[in-house]
Design a binder for this molecule. Sequence first.
Ligand SMILES: [Zn+2]
Length: 329
Amino acid sequence: MTEQVYKNIWRIGVELPGNPLRELNSYLLKGEDTWLLIDTGFRKEACRQALSAGLRELGADIEKTDVLLTHLHSDHSGLAAEFAGKNRKVYLSRTDLKYLSMNIANKTVAERNARFLEEGFPPDLLEENARINPAMAERLQSLDDRFTPIDDGQEIRIGEYRLKTIVVPGHTPGNTMFWMPEQEIMFTGDHVLFDITPNITAWSWVEDSLGDYLENLLRVRNYPVQLALPGHRKSGDYKERIRVLLDHHARRLAETERIIRQNPGLNGYEIAGRMTWKIRAASWEEFPLAQKWFAVGECMSHLNYLVKRNKIERRTEGGIRRYYALNGT
Ligand SMILES: [Zn+2]
């Protein structure tokens, strides 16, 4: 399904079967004789078919197409190598390119698993999750020399348009948005989504990804955005949405701190089980495993934020991290 969103800019809906996000928004920009494709889909057949059909419908030639990625997640980057021309480029922020290459080389999984275990995630569930998690099979399998790092402030040109790179770490360590200053159009990727809250997890070797995320919401809040083009689902009022997201995390942080104050000594897994989630499940035990893994990651980013600001204290007891409130009652 394609939809024109602006002169020479189209949205291609790439379905994500079985994924709660439902669809990826891929955007195609037309230049004089070249094309720029922003984000692609999982490296799986349903996504490949949807993207191919969209490009065919719009008359785009893959051999004349560059790919621009908002971030490394495989629902965005999975098909990048297949949908960029042989002599074209695949742009991704320098930091996400580094993380993506580490992911492909399986250099992040050990650190992450060790951390989830320390936060109290049950070892059998962690193993089970690794078995059912599609992220590995459906991500890019290798990088090649078309992959080109981009940095904050760098401009990508296509036809009459220029897109300015804004690096906004949080959702991923090198997460990126693209700004078209003359048209006041913002490609928000997954930094600002409108009817779902972007997942903020605790990344390997990142001290405080939620702090980074909130700081980067503030940083981009005042852009005079006329049209926001998000990575998933529908668009909306940009500035108002940022206000709501800031408010959401302030409430989540307060809730996390309250849980710890009332139940000193819980681990991250137990704290996540006491937080409120939108998922319909009778209890924490009955939470779907993949969602549970995301929930604990999300909880960990809130714990890191509170630890860094001396709201709570982390003590490692018998190999498990446990949390205690600081600063009075
Ligand atoms: Zn994402």
